[in-house]
Each structure stands twice: as C-alpha cells, then as structure tokens.
Design a protein around this ligand. Sequence first.
Ligand SMILES: NC(=O)c1ccc[n+]([C@@H]2O[C@H](COP(=O)([O-])OP(=O)(O)OC[C@H]3O[C@@H](n4cnc5c(N)ncnc54)[C@H](O)[C@@H]3O)[C@@H](O)[C@H]2O)c1
Length: 394
Amino acid sequence: MKKSDKTRIGLIGAGNICRVGHGPAIIADGRAYIAAISDPDPHNRKLFAKKYRVPGVYEDHRAMLANEELDAVVISSPPWLHAAHVKDCAAKGLPILCEKPMATNLRDCRTIIDAAKKHGVYILMGHCKRFEPGHQKIRELLMSGSLGRIFQVSIFWYFFIPDFTAGALGKLVAWLKNHGFDLVRDFGFWRYNDVRTGGGDFFDHAPHYLDIIRFYGMEIEQVSCETKRCYPETRPYEDLAVATFRLSNGAVFLYDKNIVRTGSPYGFERGYIYGEKGKIAFRAAHAYKKRRMKAGIYRLLNILHGFYYPVIFPYGKKKTMFYRQMRYFIDQVRGENTIKGGITGAWGATPEDSFLTVAWTLAAYRSAREGIKITRENLFKEIKSFKTDRPHDW
Ligand SMILES: NC(=O)c1ccc[n+]([C@@H]2O[C@H](COP(=O)([O-])OP(=O)(O)OC[C@H]3O[C@@H](n4cnc5c(N)ncnc54)[C@H](O)[C@@H]3O)[C@@H](O)[C@H]2O)c1
C-alpha cells in the first residue's frame, strides 16, 4: 500500500460506538475512510450512512464482504455475534478491530482465536482503555515503582439506568417508541434486557477493567463475587455486582459496578490505587463525552497540605482513547508507526488478552452462584461447562 492510498474500512454494526467512537476516529485519522457499513437495522444504517457519507450500505455483512474491496473491518455488533462476524472477515484475510466483550462464552472466544491463527489475520480487541492517556500514565507510574508495593486497586463505576420497561417510565418509553423514538434501540439497551448477552452490566463492562489491571502489570489470581438482580421481573441478569480479586503482586482488586445508583445516567467512574508510598486517584468522564480523565497522586508528604498533585499527561480531542485506538489499528493495517508518546512494542489487546477477561468474568459469575472463590489454578476447570445463557439470579 502506498502512503497516499487511503485504507478502506468496512463496519459491521453501525450503532452507538460507531457513531460516537469509531466513525469520528476514522475520519479524524485522515489515512482511512469508511468504504462500507452493514447493519440489519434500517434506522441505524441510514443514520450512520448519511452522517458519514458512506458509499456502500448493506443489510448483511456477507454481502458487504462479497461486494466491497476492503482493507480492514471494525466489528461493533452485539457480542453474541462477534465470533461469526470475525470468522467471515478472517476468511477474507481482513485485519479486524473487534469490540469487547469478545463473546458471551468461551467457545466463541476460541473461534475468534482460531480464525485469527488459521487465516493469519491481525485482530485488535476493543479494550480501548489501554489507549486512554490517563491509564497509560498510571501504568508508567506503577511500573516505575512510584507507589512502591501496591496494596489495593478499587474501581467504582456506576450508571443510572432505571427500569424503563415498567411503571410510568415504561409507559413513556412505549409512547415514545410509537412516536418514532426507540430508546431501547438508540441507547443499545439490549445489554440490560436481551437474554443473548449471557449476563448483565457486569458482562458488558467488567472486561474493561479486568484488562486494565493486566495492562497495569498485575495478573489475576483469584476471584470472589456477589451479584444482585435489583429488578428481577424485568431484567434477566444482574444489574449490580461487587467482585474482589487477588492479584499476582498480592494486591486486592475491588470492582464495584452497578446501574442502579441514582444520579446522572453515566455519572461515575473512579479508581483508587493504594501503595506503600502513596496513592493514585482518577476520575473518568463518560467515554462518549471525550473529556479528559483526571488523575492525581498523593504521597506521604501530601499529608501536610492534604491535596493531590495532578498527574499530567497529554490530552486533546485526537488523544482520546477511541482516536488513539483507531490510529493504532490503522498503523497495524498499513505497517506504520505514527503514535507519538505511545507504548513501544505490543500495546493493543490481543484475542488472547480478551479471552482472559471473558474467562474471569465467567469465573466471577460462577463464584456468585456457588458462593466460592475461584483461583487461577482451577479457573478453566470451574468454567469449562458453566453456562450463563439463561436468566440468572445469583
Ligand atoms: N469499547 C467501548 O468502550 C464500548 C462502548 C460501547 C459499546 N461497545 C461494544 O460495541 C458493541 C456494540 O455496542 P453499541 O453500544 O454500539 O450497541 P448498539 O446497539 O448501539 O449497536 C450495535 C449495532 O449492531 C447492529 N447489528 C445487530 N445485528 C447485526 C448483524 N447481524 N450485523 C451487523 N450489525 C448488526 C445493530 O442493529 C446495531 O445498530 C458491543 O460489543 C459493545 O459492548 C464498546
């Protein structure tokens, strides 16, 4: 490929993450364009095609793959479809950016890994937080020993998604749908009410931080988890989960995630890392808002004046995680290396990295169901035939 040639990207699934993340990131990069999209939903298809002036518009991804000359694809369909979509794209020899969660079960995860190997294609998994400059900076601080021994990592991440299927709110949502505003579709609420997801909010979001913990340089050794269905009549899966993990450096990782905390819908994503020489705190804005993450470090001497020193890292619209992730992906496709201030060597999450996030997610559910702790030694024995594809109440 000549430097002047533009990379032709096809999208499978043209919903929220493409409208807000991948679409603008491809345009902003400048070396690629959106040659085609496929999406069975006519509303999402038309909306996206019009906004990004996409020439090739398809209902079915197989027709797109058969008719278009593409250099790469982005898969942003719901997770239960990722394996089938990866298989078809890999058979065409196309490099792939595939969204998280990788899949809803281990069999599908293995299908993705095998397809990449069989066809020798590059797959970047959409663990976009690796490309957030704030997480990159925290990783550097932890790896350079800034906090000394690390004792605990705590993540508190809450959305407020009220039960929109019942009561007065349910009636309003139904009324809006009859008048052309389908909130369930527009906000991708399949993640809370579609049984094919294999789990609730935890399944959708835990993989982000299970991956970031490893990106910070720590492996997961053990999990213990509690989940709860706060709206059992209308939600097939949990909407609240609190998991604790033991990490390879002896630290404890607390992951507290729910969608029932009354507040602004996407209001709260904070993390704290405690070590022997101090602590780091960060606060992320909702990913779609493209606002900078804020982070600070508090050392023993800060006790005297009581405030955090800001942790400084570069920012700006084109340095947000979706832009950097897309830049990295296009770099891999074109054999270039254009990210300034990136991490040298392998950076993006591989299918194997992503597989582990799904494995530990499943282990957390099994822990919640059985009331047991699951360790790395018995991880695959415990989850081998464990299924989460029916409504679960543990
Ligand atoms: N990395 C992140 O921070 C992040 C953020 C949001 C979503 N995601 C992930 O991206 C994926 C999509 O999520 P979303 O929020 O955009 O959901 P969404 O519902 O807004 O979009 C999904 C789109 O896929 C389409 N689709 C359904 N079946 C399809 C098929 N057979 N072929 C092609 N398209 C199909 C739907 O019609 C819809 O337009 C999920 O895996 C989700 O977890 C990741």
